[in-house]
Write a protein that binds this ligand. Structure first.
Ligand code: RP5
Length: 165
């Protein structure tokens, strides 16, 4: 991403070990030409940096935050507590509980502080959801989303044709 482009989406994760999952969100944003930034911020190990990030995200021009973490995955919820921006949570799969712990930690938010939670490991959907949120105010981006959805339809129609052949 060129340094001069102001990021619209912030991707945050609790550890560098989350990167193999979270980079799928970055890939989608690149596919749609949406500028983003990517950070490691730990809710438990760098709480002050995390809160600073959440508090300054909106004034810096971000529109959506995607946050992923595993285990006691408090990062998305804690970021959501300190920003007016929509936060999309990605439960990162874990070794012992396969990400069920991450999912429940992210999805079970108290009333008033929502986190839009995608499936375990589904950072690609988080990227798509961020694009769709941005597209509500960007007709050109919306056209790209419409074309993407049409491509999905055609892919399934081709599968249908193949199994019927
Ligand atoms: C969480 O703990 C991170 O989001 C990561 O999924 C998990 C393990 O972190 P590391 O021990 O790999 O740094 O905070």
């Amino acid at each position: 991403m060129p340094a001069s482009t102001t990021p619209l989406v912030g991707i945050a994760m609790g550890s560098e070990s989350d990167l193999p999952v979270m980079e799928e969100a970055a890939r989608v944003l690149e596919e749609f030409g949406v500028p983003y930034e990517i950070r490691v911020l730990s809710a438990h190990r760098t709480p002050h940096r995390m809160l600073e990030y959440a508090r300054t995200a909106h004034p810096r021009g971000l529109k959506v935050i995607i946050a992923g973490a595993g285990g006691a995955a408090h990062l998305p919820g804690m970021i959501a507590s300190a920003t007016p921006l929509p936060v999309i949570g990605v439960p990162v799969p874990t070794r012992h509980l396969q990400g069920l712990d991450s999912l429940l930690s992210i999805v079970q938010m108290p009333g008033g502080v929502p986190v839009a939670t995608v499936a375990i490991g589904q950072a690609r959907n988080a990227g798509l959801l961020a694009v769709q949120i941005l597209a509500t105010g960007d007709p050109e981006l919306l056209q790209r989303v419409v074309a993407y959805k049409q491509a999905l339809i055609e892919k399934v129609e081709q599968m249908d044709a193949r199994v019927q052949a």
